[in-house]
Unconditional design. Structure first.
Length: 492
């Protein structure tokens, strides 16, 4: 609470401690509006009890409390709650179940700005600017560019020269119907229009940052494909990616991000949790969306054990996958010679090793194998499947890419999730991690953020998590299930 009190210069009639109690109690009952909180403080006896005789606060006090005061220290307050639950023995502090969901932002649907489109328009505008500078040099008999490359300093110099010409020739700018503009006025207005558009494009690219899009009404929101698709056409909506870390049914940590997928969220999530919590999780359980070579290596170097379901886990059970002779899993592999053997007993040898860099900067290696001879192979049609290739099937040779490091870690992880402990963890992940989002979206009816900006959205998510944790603790006390961490497996 010290962090919360430090955000105030002076405290009014209602203390921050009382405000936090009222806001949390309101969130526990599924009421998230500041005006509703004000009304409840005047009418509801439970809220009056929490006020402890203080006058009912105005709705603006609740709004400012969330966005100005609580938002600045939301992570530290959530960490205090998680640490307290750990001290009470309510959470294990050993196994965490991680999952993510997308929640719609408080932004309009059709306010998108696409980075790719803006970059393309910017390139076209720069070409127009270069042509315009050359045109003005001939038109007004001035020399600005002495090299073959036109830079922004040349454009600014041209603008200065044009305004100097306006003053020296006493040109008066005219506007409206029936008035003819001079050539100099047209040139200056064209240049100002180009510079204005260039400034707008630069600003939009800066706001996007590493993202592909943003919303004009909430710059931190990113357009993502949502499960709640009313139109049924895969419509993109502005949203935030909310990550929950659940231990013993309590949300012990959460993060907010602009990533449309979960893969790149795992490492920042674990680093953030480790910096704030006084305990470190040993077992990390997550679904197939978190599997990557970078994540496997990070968990090993960080002294943590991964229980991540492989991305091909479900499809590998199907007969069609097992009978696909083109898959490396269905080929014979000689580890000593580093050779794959196909159905037709032809060898696939190493051609070269290719390195690829991910968006996060991680460099992975892929070994390329090529068949020695595919001419006249009776299994060619079944083995080589790529409908978009322009080369005829008869002229093509079987090539495969193998990420050896990734496959090694995937095999180790697969052995862990098939163990008795792994099965227990995977079962509990489905119940606990996905159950937390079920509580939020279905029971608490929270499907859209009320505030804008990453900081305010994080504060709102933290209040929801804390309210749910209090409800969960109350339910466990009522049912006599305090101190239980995992749901046992049901025997057949």
């Amino acid at each position: 609470m010290t962090d919360l009190y430090s955000t105030y210069e002076r405290i009014n009639s209602v203390s921050p401690r009382t405000l936090l109690k009222i806001v949390l109690y309101s969130y526990m009952n599924g009421d998230y509006l500041s005006r509703s909180m004000e009304l409840n403080c005047k009418r509801d006896i439970n809220f009056m009890f929490l006020l402890e005789g203080a006058p009912a606060p105005d709705h603006s006090i609740f709004a400012r409390f969330r966005s100005i005061h609580f938002a600045l220290c939301s992570k530290r307050i959530l960490a205090e709650m998680s640490n307290t639950l750990f001290d009470l023995g309510e959470i294990s502090g050993e196994t965490i179940f991680i999952d993510g969901t997308k929640i719609e932002a408080n932004a309009n649907k059709y306010t998108f700005v696409w980075k790719k489109a803006v970059t393309k328009n910017q390139e076209k505008l720069l070409i127009k600017l270069a042509d315009f500078v050359a045109e003005c040099e001939q038109l007004y008999d001035i020399k600005i560019v002495y090299d073959s490359i036109i830079k922004m300093k040349h454009v600014k110099k041209l603008r200065k020269k044009l305004y100097t010409l306006k003053e020296s020739e006493n040109v008066v700018f005219v506007h409206g119907i029936g008035k003819r503009k001079t050539l100099l006025q047209k040139s200056i207005e064209t240049l100002e229009g180009y510079l204005s558009r260039l400034k707008e494009y630069n600003q939009q690219i800066h706001i996007c940052g590493e993202r592909n899009s943003y919303s004009k009404t909430d710059h931190d929101a990113t357009f993502m494909r949502m499960k709640e698709d009313a139109m049924g056409n895969g419509q993109l909506k502005p949203a935030y990616n909310l990550q929950h870390g659940v231990d013993s049914e309590y949300i012990t940590w959460l993060t907010i991000g602009p990533q449309p997928t979960d893969t790149t969220t795992l490492i920042p999530f674990l680093k953030d949790a480790e910096n704030h919590l006084k305990f470190k999780y040993k077992n990390i359980t997550a679904d197939a969306g978190y599997e990557s070579e970078e994540n496997y290596l990070f968990l090993e170097s960080n002294g943590q054990i991964s229980y991540i379901k492989p991305a091909n886990y479900e499809i590998s059970k199907k007969r069609k996958y097992r009978n696909n002779i083109g898959k490396i899993e269905n080929m014979e592999y000689d580890e000593e010679a580093d050779i794959y053997t196909c159905r037709n007993d032809k060898r696939l040898t190493v051609v070269h090793v290719r390195q690829s860099k991910s968006k996060t900067g991680y460099v992975s290696e892929k070994t390329i194998y090529k068949c020695e001879n595919c001419d006249g192979c009776p299994y060619k049609k079944e083995c080589i499947k790529s409908n978009n290739c322009k080369t005829p099937l008869d002229e093509r040779t079987k090539t495969i890419q193998v990420a050896k490091t990734f496959l090694k870690y995937r095999q180790k992880d697969l052995e862990r999730i098939f163990s008795e402990e792994g099965i227990l963890f995977r079962t509990n992940r489905s119940i606990q991690a996905e159950g937390s989002f079920g509580d939020l979206k279905q029971d608490m009816q929270f499907r859209r953020y009320l505030s804008k900006g990453t900081t305010n959205v994080l504060a709102e998510s933290t209040l929801l998590a804390m309210a749910r944790n209090i409800n969960k603790l109350h339910n466990k006390i009522q049912k006599g299930k305090t101190g239980t961490h995992l749901f046992p497996l049901k025997s057949a």
